[in-house]
Design a protein around this ligand. Structure first.
Ligand SMILES: C[S@@+](CC[C@H](N)C(=O)[O-])C[C@H]1O[C@@H](n2cnc3c(N)ncnc32)[C@H](O)[C@@H]1O
Length: 237
């Protein structure tokens, strides 16, 4: 269990996964990952000229939904600690020439973002590789970087409550995905981790409780029968 949440292990995992991450993320969510990201962004109260922080940004998968021409943020700060994910995010940045994007290659638990500078914080699929102590540190960091009244929204793949859906989805994640990983990418081990992390994560209920303890206003969210879950809310004004 210790290794599972060890930052060096997680960083290596995403370095190894980076080349195929987008395709596999799409497959593992039955094509829903893009819809879920868009919905996650919609739960923020984005206004033109805001400062938006995308934590665990990966290679910028949430950016197309944040960087809307009609509602362009003054700045998007995108943070991740994986060298490979950040390298790909830097390539992705060129696709948004009219946006101001600051990419930080940093650990979220020791980041250089200034106190109270974020109007909104988002994180797509970055929760499941954290244990409860790390989720608590994440809440502390988000409370520090959000301005009073600022909003947040986060989502991750989850274990559905419905028995049949749970059996099907977990079988798919734990047994089908590693086979697809080995056929198409020659790497079943990396993708086996997805099922392991998802099973240990369960759903975002514990994240909701932790964020409430940290004085956030929080609402629990479910997507597609609980195949993904998350939280949204705000730092009290
Ligand atoms: C599943 S990917 C999510 C990528 C993207 N946000 C998306 O919507 O698909 C999780 C990302 O979190 C990053 N990550 C995990 N732990 C981190 C930490 N402690 N600090 C910074 N980034 C971290 C990983 O490197 C990885 O790129």
């Amino acid at each position: 269990m210790k290794t599972l949440y060890n930052p060096e292990f997680v960083e290596r995992l995403f370095d190894d996964m980076s080349a195929s991450y987008n395709r596999m993320n799409y497959i593992t969510s039955f094509g829903f990952s893009k819809i879920w990201r868009r919905q996650c962004v919609q739960h923020l109260e984005l206004r033109p000229g805001s400062v938006v922080v995308d934590l665990m940004t990966g290679m910028g998968e949430c950016w197309p939904y944040i960087l809307h021409k009609k509602c362009l943020p003054a700045q998007l700060i995108a943070l991740d600690f994986s060298t490979e994910m950040i390298r790909r995010a830097t390539v992705q940045k060129a696709k948004f020439p009219s946006a101001s994007i600051l990419i930080l290659k940093e650990n979220v638990f020791g980041n250089s973002i200034e106190d109270g500078m974020a109007d909104c914080v988002i994180s797509g699929f970055g929760l499941k590789t954290f244990d409860e102590a790390q989720l608590s540190s994440l809440a502390t960091e988000m409370y520090r970087i959000l301005r009073p009244g600022g909003t947040f929204s986060m989502i991750d793949v989850s274990v559905p409550k419905n028995r049949l859906l749970r059996l099907l989805y977990m079988f798919y994640l734990k047994h089908v995905i590693p086979v697809l990983g080995s056929i198409f990418l020659g790497n079943p081990e990396t993708y086996r981790m997805l099922g392991i992390y998802t099973e240990a994560f369960g759903n975002a209920r514990k994240v909701e409780a932790i964020f409430r303890q940290h004085h956030f206003e929080v609402e629990y969210l479910e997507f597609f029968g609980g195949c993904a879950s998350g939280i949204k809310g705000r730092k009290p004004a």
